[in-house]
Design a protein. Structure first.
Length: 634
């Protein structure tokens, strides 16, 4: 037996009292004896942790019967300690394994973790095989896991019984927009471009009234060029526009995409689809160079500047020569000023320009950096100090504090900052070096008006006296008047165009609910259809919700109209129908397609679709010939 694949030290058990997600109940290592266990110590702000997640998913698919991955979320920022914020991160990143909130770093200390991410491999006896910090690949780590499995398989100590976890996504409604990351308002064309990041597409909206004009991308994650209906993105973020050309930071495809709005075509202009893993790359022909999580873009003449979050640099793509190269940042994570390529950046995630300098939301340093457009220039810190210096403080910029800002927009001498983890929008005045809170109280929530609330806003853009905000965790776009500070949630019109692609097929392939057999007396009677929405929600009156009803099998239910199928568009509930019940057994099929919104914030809309199959038995009884059916949206 290969001794190197057998642990020597017993893995510490999880402390009691921790909050768990993606599982019904807390887990223990004792419960998982017979499984290979992989602990992933992560924090949801960390780009390196984000890079590990798809590798973990590959391992989970490869060893689905032998391996259990457990995410140990040990937060860097105070906002990341909140279980609800971790739940949102689980939904945003599509995490399918259990996650424990290690709020007080208890598990972190038990295992001696020192960096994000750290991975600990535990054998089927509960012994630690090994520990590694930093990014891993599924290929390399999979080789080790396969050897552990082979070693213990020889002793009959592998338990291949399946384990099913109750995922957070199974309890989450389907929003019309899903974690929109960035937004771009273009006054010249009267269009608003929204990176609908978790739906893997770009939504184009009329600035004037919120009407949806176009949808770019089919809505399924992938990497494909083509027309608007067939092109694929993977968690797109930053956007830049000039005339008919839209440029997209296709973050998880590690690529830059160009969208021709007139020809309705998407093509890749930089990146190979593979992540750059070298610490420093000199650049080269744009389509031959790997990129590393491009998060935002800004266009200056023919130079497209890229916030390369994964390599802690800014890159520049020359649109004429088609060459991409590093522009600023040494590639080492930090907050050190200096000449362009000697300075250090820390996960740059937002870009803006005044035509003379680039302004950078340097998220992991909770900093705002200024980068000269003169190639002989420097990087200068306007707000921020170090990777572990953050907070929520206004005042002179050298004393001001932010918490993981992700977005910036420059307008009329003011830099608007999405202070993401503080749930605020702040103003930075670069000339006088002063920071003031513009919008938000610091509390997470969704409220319009003069005292608005946000939930991890990620992107900002200015047009026609208004600030447009991608309010990421609220799944909406907010619009603030720059003069009054009053905020409204953008109400999208034509939301049926945003119906999720996976749900665009007949509802019989979606959420099928088989109800218990319903018994009813024969005769002329009534069929009642009712809808129960979550508290504080209502149907979107502008969207084409509908209910379709048909009888199958023996004709035990006959509609008064003598039709076999009835469809009710934009229905008002309850629906009461005259029917005749005939003795026998049959089945009713009720298909629901619903668009519903928060009652007080009509811009936050969700989509629900289900098919109810209802066995019906009609036979003499003492009750009336009446059948009531209810669909409850959870």
């Amino acid at each position: 037996m290969a001794e190197e694949y057998m642990g020597k030290v017993t893995a510490p058990e999880f402390p009691e009292g921790l909050e768990w997600l993606n599982t019904k109940r807390p887990l223990t290592l004792r419960d998982l004896r017979g499984k290979v266990v992989l602990l992933d110590f992560w924090t949801y702000c960390c780009i390196n942790c984000m890079h590990v997640l798809p590798e973990l998913k590959k391992l989970e698919r490869r060893f689905e019967r032998e391996l259990v991955v457990i995410g140990v979320h040990s937060a860097k920022f105070p906002a990341e300690r909140e279980t609800e914020n971790i739940r949102q991160a689980i939904l945003r990143y599509g995490i399918e394994h259990p996650v424990v909130n290690d709020r007080e770093m208890l598990v972190w200390r038990l295992y001696g973790a020192r960096a994000w991410p750290t991975l600990v491999l535990i054998d089927p006896r509960g012994k630690i095989v090994g520990q590694v910090s930093g990014e891993i690949t599924a290929e390399v780590f999979g080789t080790v896991i396969a050897e552990v499995i082979r070693t213990f398989d020889a002793r009959g100590q592998i338990d291949r019984r399946p384990i099913r976890f109750e995922l957070e996504r199974e309890r989450a409604p389907e929003p019309v927009l899903s974690f929109p990351g960035k937004v771009l308002a273009d006054a010249a064309s009267g269009r608003l471009f929204i990176a609908d990041s978790n739906h893997h597409r770009i939504v184009v909206v009329a600035l004037a009234d919120g009407t949806i004009l176009d949808v770019i991308g089919q809505g399924e994650a992938g990497f494909r060029d083509g027309d608007f209906e067939t092109a694929q993105f993977r968690h797109p973020q930053g956007l830049a526009v000039r005339g008919a050309m839209l440029y997209v930071a296709d973050t998880e495809n590690h690529a830059i995409r160009e969208v021709n709005m007139n020809a309705r075509q998407v093509r890749t202009i930089a990146g190979t689809g593979h992540q750059l893993r070298r610490p420093f790359h000199p650049g080269g022909p744009a389509l031959q160079v790997d990129l590393n999580s491009p998060w935002d873009v800004v266009l200056v003449d023919d130079q497209l500047y890229i916030a390369m979050a994964g390599s802690h640099q800014l890159w520049v793509l020359d649109l004429k020569t088609k060459v991409a190269r590093p522009y600023a940042g040494s590639g080492y994570e930090g907050c050190q000023d200096g000449p362009l390529l000697e300075a250090s950046l820390a996960q740059p995630s937002g870009l803006a320009t005044d035509g003379r300098r680039l302004y950078v939301a340097d998220s992991e340093a909770s900093a705002i950096r200024a980068v000269d457009l003169d190639p002989r220039g420097r990087v200068e810190t306007l707000v921020g100090e170090d990777l572990f210096v953050f907070g929520d403080r206004d005042g002179p910029s050298h004393r001001a504090r932010l918490q993981h800002p992700l977005g910036v927009a420059f307008h009329d001498g003011v830099l608007y900052v999405a202070d993401t983890y503080n749930n605020k929008i702040k103003k930075l005045f670069p000339i006088v070096r002063q920071v003031v809170t513009f919008l938000g109280t610091g509390e997470a929530g969704l409220r319009d008006g003069e005292r608005p609330l946000f939930d991890e806003p990620g992107g900002v853009s200015v047009a026609d006296g208004k600030l447009y905000i991608a309010d990421t965790n609220n799944h909406v776009i907010r619009v603030a008047d720059l003069q009054t500070g009053r905020v409204a949630t953008l109400e999208l019109k034509g939301v049926e165009r945003l119906r999720p692609r996976a749900k665009a097929m007949p509802s019989s392939s979606g959420n099928v609910l088989t109800l218990p057999a319903q018994r009813v007396a024969p005769g002329v009677g009534t069929l009642v259809l009712s809808l129960r929405l979550p508290n504080g929600h209502k149907l979107n009156e502008q969207a084409p919700s509908y209910v379709s009803l048909r009888a199958e099998g023996d004709p035990v239910v006959r509609f008064a109209q003598q039709e076999t199928t009835l469809t009710f568009h934009r229905p008002t509930f309850p629906i009461s129908l005259p029917v005749t019940f005939h003795e026998g057994q049959g089945r009713l099929i009720v298909e629901w397609t619903l668009y519903y919104c928060r009652s007080e914030v009509s811009g936050l809309c969700y989509f629900a679709e289900a098919r109810q199959e209802v066995p019906v038995e009609v036979r003499p009884s003492s009750g009336p010939p009446r059948l009531s059916l209810t669909y409850e949206v959870r």
